[in-house]
Structure formats: C-alpha cells, structure tokens
Design a protein around this ligand. Structure first.
Ligand code: CO8
Length: 257
C-alpha cells in the first residue's frame, strides 16, 4: 500500500486506486507505488481480475507537469524509463484488467488507461494526448499503444492536435469500450472484472499472452505462439475441468479453481 496508490481486494477483484488530488498527476512516487502494486496484483492468487480506478472525480490528468518542468535531460530520461516500465508491468499483469475512467484521462493518464484490456468511461469524460500543447510528445506509450489500438491516422489527429476527445467520440474511435452514466463507471468496470473472478485463471492468462504477445509478432510466429499456448493448456486442471464438464453436463456449466 502506498501513500497515493492502494490495492483493495474483494471477492477476487483487485482495485488499484489512485488518490492524489486534485487530478492524480503521475509523479515519481505515484509511478513507483503503481509498479509495486502491479507486482502485487500479478503475484497474489486471490486477485483474479483488476480494476484501475482514479476515484469518482477523475482518472488521471497525466504526468506531473510541475515536477517534470525543470528536470534535466538525465532526470527526465530516468523518469520516462520508470514510467514506461511501470506501465509495462501493468500491461503485463496476466489477468483481465479494466480501466474505470471518470473525468479526465489525459497524457500519461490515457497512457495508463491504455495498459488495460478494456476501458469503461463516464459519458462526461474527456481523454486525449495534450502533450503537443506543452511542446513535447506523449512519452509513455501514447504514440505506440494508441496507434496499435485505433490505427495511425486517428492517433496522429489526436497527438498532433492535443485536443480533448469526448466520451462518445472515444467510444466510436475504439479508445474506450463502454460508456455509462458518470455514477455507474466503477460498477460497470466491476461487473466486467467480476465475471472473471471464478474463471479459468490459467486459460485467461494464456489468452492474454496469445493476444498481446501475438500483436508484437508477424502472423506465422504469432500463430505458433497461439498453438503452443493452446497445447500447453492440456497440462492444466482448467482444460480437464472444462472439457469433462462439457461432456457430462453440456456447455457453460464448468466451474474452475
Ligand atoms: N500535472 C501537474 N499538475 C496538474 C496537472 C498535471 N498534469 N493537471 C492539472 N494539474 C493541477 C493544476 O495545475 C491545478 O493546480 P493548482 O490548483 O495548484 O492551480 C490543479 O491541478 C487543478 O487543475 P485545473 O485548475 O486546470 O482544473 P480543471 O478542472 O480546470 O482542468 C485539466 C483539469 C483538464 C486536467 C487541466 O488541468 C489540464 O489540462 N491539465 C494538464 C493535462 C496535460 O497536459 N496532461 C499531459 C501531461 S504530460 C504527460 O502526461 C506526459 C507523460 C509521459 C511522461 C514521460 C516522461 C519522459
């Protein structure tokens, strides 16, 4: 547990909660605490799915501009490497991860949300990569994860202009996956995460590794990765339970550990 970031676990769902008012700006300490809790969420068996949440008001307004402004080149390079490493640790949590976006997800805030598998947003949110207006560019995945998610031209529009994208457009572009009333954001994210709390954890881990790992490869190698992960599941209880249950009870009745 950190000063600005906490992990609360209930019924298999772990909530990683940012709490650094007023906008959860990501400074060096938040970055370190997030990395620590990504590790904990990865390692704890009682965490079966994860919610990234910034509270009712706002998800995150980005990296801490006041902290960054006067940094030297080596200092900013170190901070950038740490933030990129932290976001990689979250992206690599081998469990379903959902971002519950309220208020703003800007700059490093959107880059944090982009590490999730699925994004739920309030209908009043604004997301974007406004770094260009600070005379810089996104530095923790905004030019890369966003382009992989929605393609290069839409990413270039968002990154070149730095404009704020409203919820409805974010949904249409595929930056977010579900839009709900502002008060329902956490509940909707929880509903998505909770469906995996009793799911086949090893198979879910393999599915995430196949999809995310495969996106970084050419198709023949990605298909090989999928095929190996598929066959490896024959060493698991998940596969035995799932197939035995189908044969004995029909589809969708299997229970998993
Ligand atoms: N960093 C530091 N302080 C911030 C930030 C931020 N990113 N965002 C807001 N604040 C502060 C404001 O300065 C203000 O402080 P104070 O009360 O002391 O004046 C307080 O939070 C509230 O802000 P506003 O008064 O502006 O509140 P509004 O509700 O009017 O607006 C916004 C909220 C829309 C979030 C607005 O503040 C804003 O546009 N913020 C900046 C957004 C931005 O540009 N984000 C990108 C930051 S750069 C980045 O994320 C790069 C990541 C990669 C780093 C890699 C390193 C190598």
């Amino acid at each position: 547990m950190g000063e600005f970031v906490t992990l609360e676990v209930k019924d298999g769902v772990g909530t990683i909660r940012l709490d650094r008012p007023p906008v959860n700006a990501l400074n060096a300490q938040v970055t370190a605490e997030l990395a620590e809790l990504a590790k904990e969420a990865t390692e704890r068996d009682d965490v079966r799915a994860v919610i990234l949440y910034g509270g009712e008001k706002t998800f995150a307004g980005g990296a801490d501009i006041k902290e960054m402004a006067t940094r030297t080149y080596p200092e900013i390079a170190k901070f950038g490497a740490n933030l990129t490493g932290t976001l990689a640790a979250i992206a690599n949590i081998p469990k379903p991860v959902v971002a519950a976006i309220t208020g703003y997800a800007l700059g490093g805030g959107l880059e944090l949300a982009l590490t999730a598998d699925w994004r739920v947003a309030g209908d009043n949110v604004k997301v974007g990569q406004p770094e260009i207006q600070l005379g810089v560019i996104p530095g923790a995945g905004g030019t890369q994860r966003l382009a992989r998610l929605i393609g290069p031209s839409k990413t270039k529009d968002i990154v070149y202009t730095g404009r704020f994208v409203k919820a409805e457009e974010a949904l249409r572009l595929g930056i977010v996956d579900q839009v709900v009333a502002p008060d329902d954001v956490y509940a909707a994210a929880h509903k998505w995460a909770a469906q995996f709390a009793n799911g086949p954890a090893v198979a879910l881990r393999a599915a995430k590794a196949a999809i995310d790992g495969g996106l970084d490869m050419d198709l023949p190698n990605a298909l090989k990765l999928e095929s190996h992960l598929f066959a490896a599941l024959w060493a698991t209880q998940d596969q035995q339970n799932g197939m035995k249950s189908f044969i004995e009870n029909g589809p969708g009745k299997a229970t998993f550990e």
